[in-house]
Design a protein around this ligand. Structure first.
Ligand code: FES
Ligand code: FES
Length: 215
């Protein structure tokens, strides 16, 4: 039996073993790297042709099927009046009128609306020939930075139409009676349109003026 002080291998054997290990490591690291496995081919992005009637004009598009209506308007038709605020259905900046009803265009895919009629802020009026609500927003200072304003105005146009059609809201006391556009009704119906500048009281004044003359 070896004593605790007797080395199991000689110093010479240890040096030879160490040198052999170093040579093996060196030769394996200098070997050409094995070719990386080929990346799987990217799946083709599905695209579809569709047409929309935007502000009275038929517009033909070919889109990635995942394109929102908001991106179709802004990025493909260059109608940048419609704004992207949250892109999550929470601010109303992207509101447009789709087949007569307001919609958050960031929450719907363009391909779902083949042949639909879309009205954006550009289709309501021009600086030279403003829609009554656009003129009222100017008159009543219904904006500061203006970022929410296209959505506010599109929403307000649809709100006035909803009231004319007798569509009740969450605060309507009588669901069968024709709603009256009180300040409470107006605030409820416009509650999906956020104004970070806090121009709310002036927005209410602008819409009330136009609604009063048209409902
Ligand atoms: S951008 Fe659509 S709701 Fe905010
Ligand atoms: S005017 Fe600035 S967010 Fe409404």
């Amino acid at each position: 039996m070896d004593s605790p002080t007797t080395p199991l291998i000689s110093r010479r054997d240890a040096l030879i073993a160490g040198a052999a290990t170093a040579a093996a490591v060196s030769s394996s690291s200098s070997a050409p790297a094995a070719a990386a496995p080929a990346a799987p081919a990217a799946a083709a992005v599905p695209r579809v042709k569709l047409s929309l009637n935007v502000n009275g004009q038929v517009r033909s598009l070919e889109l990635d099927t995942r394109t929102t209506l908001l991106d179709a308007l802004r990025e493909h038709l260059n109608l940048t009046g419609t704004k992207k605020g949250c892109d999550h259905g929470q601010c109303g900046a992207c509101t447009v009128i789709l087949d007569g009803r307001r919609i958050n265009s960031c929450l719907t895919l363009a391909v779902m609306h083949e042949g639909a009629q879309v009205t954006t802020i550009e289709g309501l009026g021009t600086p030279q020939n403003m829609h009554a609500l656009q003129a009222a927003f100017v008159k009543h200072d219904g904006y500061q930075c203006g970022y929410c304003t296209p959505g506010q105005i599109c929403s307000a146009v649809a709100v006035i139409d909803e009231v004319k059609r007798g569509v009740p809201s969450h605060v309507s006391a009588d669901l069968m009676a024709r709603p009256i556009l009180s300040a409470e009704e107006l605030r409820e119906r416009m509650s999906g349109n956020i104004c970070r500048c806090g121009a709310y009281s002036n927005i209410v004044d602008a819409i009330t003026e136009v609604a009063g003359s048209s409902t």
